[in-house]
Design a protein around this ligand. Structure first.
Ligand code: SF4
Ligand code: SF4
Length: 222
């Protein structure tokens, strides 16, 4: 999932200066799972904003709404009846969701309440780790299902740097050395032959070269 975290409160209130009626718009997708932008977080942030503005003698009216996904025009459409009645939208989605809302409602200021941080998952409640840097050419077959790009601090593709100590990364002793994990896993799978293969020099063009990437399912094109 896409993981995000809420921006500092002062930054959010700064964006909303001058606005009297806003919609705080949550997303039922990834940011709900990572407890930063779903229905409950919309309620909490809205209450905080109302309180802060009341205390400042500058009240704000807030419409609370959460849609299934903000990265899907079908669901973004659901708030079309609300948007004309507010003067800004504060989106609690990832950066993709914010942009979908902004594109659908061109005359409406749409602000991000979150910082989108990485693609990852949780290891325990409230603890999230990065797992993938969306390089566009997945190498997990060769590395036992452990990403060398996202999880090795140096994104090394052909083995460890040699700096790890007791399985921990030399960059951060709190972090497992990804290559230690990869080697342990390949051994347990009896696939050390994969480690012996030199991985080709990475083609970073699939990563970000050439601007925004796209994926087209030809079977869905008419
Ligand atoms: S190799 Fe690339 S696509 Fe695969 S998990 Fe790592 S960053 Fe993601
Ligand atoms: S210690 Fe391991 S994870 Fe850290 S940079 Fe070196 S190979 Fe990568």
């Amino acid at each position: 999932m896409v993981v995000g975290e809420r921006k500092p409160f002062d930054e959010i209130t700064g964006m909303l200066e001058g606005h009297k009626k806003i919609m705080v718009l949550g997303c039922g997708g990834c940011v709900t799972v990572c407890l930063t932008g779903g229905h409950d977080e919309v309620r909490v942030l809205s209450s905080q904003l109302r309180m802060a503005r009341d205390n400042a003698g500058n009240p704000i009216e807030i419409v609370e709404k959460t849609v299934e996904r903000q990265c899907d025009p079908e669901y973004v459409e659901e708030v079309s009846g609300i948007v004309p009645d507010v003067d800004a939208v504060l989106s609690m989605a990832c950066g993709a969701g914010v942009q979908y809302v902004a594109e659908r409602y061109p005359g409406m200021p749409v602000y991000p309440a979150l910082d989108t941080t990485f693609v990852g998952g949780s290891t325990k409640e409230g603890y999230y780790v990065e797992k993938c840097q969306t390089c566009g050419a997945c190498k997990l077959f060769y590395t036992g299902g452990i990403c060398p790009i996202a999880r090795c601090s140096k994104s090394l593709l052909n083995g460890p740097c040699g700096g790890s100590t007791k399985g921990k990364c030399e960059i951060d002793p709190e972090v497992d050395c990804a290559w230690q994990l990869i080697l342990d896993r390949l051994k347990s799978l009896n696939r050390m032959d994969l480690y012996e293969e030199n991985m080709a020099v990475n083609d970073w063009r699939t990563n970000r070269d050439g601007g925004p990437r796209k994926m087209i399912r030809e079977d869905f094109q008419r």
